[in-house]
Design a protein around this ligand. Structure first.
Ligand code: MF3
Ligand code: CO
Length: 285
């Protein structure tokens, strides 16, 4: 843990110190990283992110209904684009840092950021992550699910199931006034107990007013480290779990596609969460 105090929590001039101010200042003084005020969403902002999340969930429900063997990932991209735009929203990936499509589709050994293509056809036995992110009235939401095509091997089925459990366990490990590292610790323990590994290079993130905000939410690590979790924070948890090595590389052809170094399969599940007074609430159901 960084013992260097970063004074993120600033007092508002002319306003009396609240109980929340005192609590956060104390924790900051002890050397913990605390959020800036911008990371604590207002009720209005939370409602905006929630509405964005409803559309994001609608997209994933549509994909769940339509996905099948023989379909191209470009066809998935078209479903995402058409549904999102017809609901008055924008697919967040489209043109994000040059990303050319509306959704990420990541099959088997592709960890994440796979680019949909006419040439890529879903085959019997494939596992695919469809990662959907939506902008509605300027508010961002982000979630992904795994889909299994036809007859999937028991090993791949287990990977998909354990990865889903990692997301649920990470969610339960996040407590108000706990730390981001509590989440990563719990996820890593569950993944490794099952003989799998946790991708290190990519993490969850704050989300809501922008696509990627602070804090970085890694899926490995130590309890009591990383940023303090305060009610009103909105962030993703999105564990990428590999059957073999945790090491990955980026495809030089497109500069996006993240692939496992040993070409063994990888799985991922993701939700956008709101930290409440009692724990995490899913905003992408
Ligand atoms: N949806 C991804 C995430 O969970 C981000 C994808 S960026 C893109 O953070 F440009 F590839 F879409
Ligand atoms: Co995300």
């Amino acid at each position: 843990m960084s013992r260097r105090t970063v004074n993120n929590w600033k007092l508002i001039k002319g306003q009396p110190l609240t109980e929340l101010d005192k609590k956060i200042l104390y924790i900051q003084h002890k050397g913990h990283l605390v959020p800036s005020r911008k990371l604590i969403k207002t009720p209005e902002q939370i409602e905006g992110i929630r509405r964005s999340g409803v559309i994001n969930t609608g997209v994933l429900d549509l994909i769940e209904k339509e996905i099948k063997e023989g379909m191209s990932t470009a066809a998935i991209d078209k479903l995402v684009y058409d549904y999102t735009v017809s609901h008055g929203a924008i697919p967040a990936p489209l043109n994000y840092e040059g990303f050319p499509k509306s959704v990420c589709t990541s099959i088997n050994e592709v960890v994440c950021h796979g680019i949909p293509s006419e040439k890529e056809i879903l085959r019997d036995g494939d596992i695919i992550n469809v990662d959907v992110s939506t902008i509605l009235d300027g508010y961002y939401s982000d979630a992904s699910r795994m889909f299994m095509i036809g007859n999937v091997s028991p090993e791949k089925q287990k990977l998909v199931q354990v990865t889903k459990e990692c997301l649920e366990i990470g969610m339960r490990a996040a407590k108000p006034f706990g730390f981001v590292g509590d989440i990563g610790y719990a996820i890593q323990k569950h993944a490794e107990k099952n003989g799998f590994s946790v991708v290190r290079n990519l993490c969850g993130h704050g989300v809501g007013l922008e696509f990627h905000e602070e804090p970085e939410v890694c899926h490995f690590g130590r309890k009591g480290t990383g940023m303090l979790l305060v009610p009103g924070m909105v962030f993703t948890i999105e564990p990428m779990i590999n059957m073999g090595t945790w090491k990955v590389f980026i495809d030089k052809e497109d500069d996006w596609t993240v692939i496992t170094e040993d070409k063994q399969p990888s799985a991922q599940w993701e939700h956008t969460f709101l930290m409440t007074e009692t724990g995490l609430e899913i905003l992408t159901y």
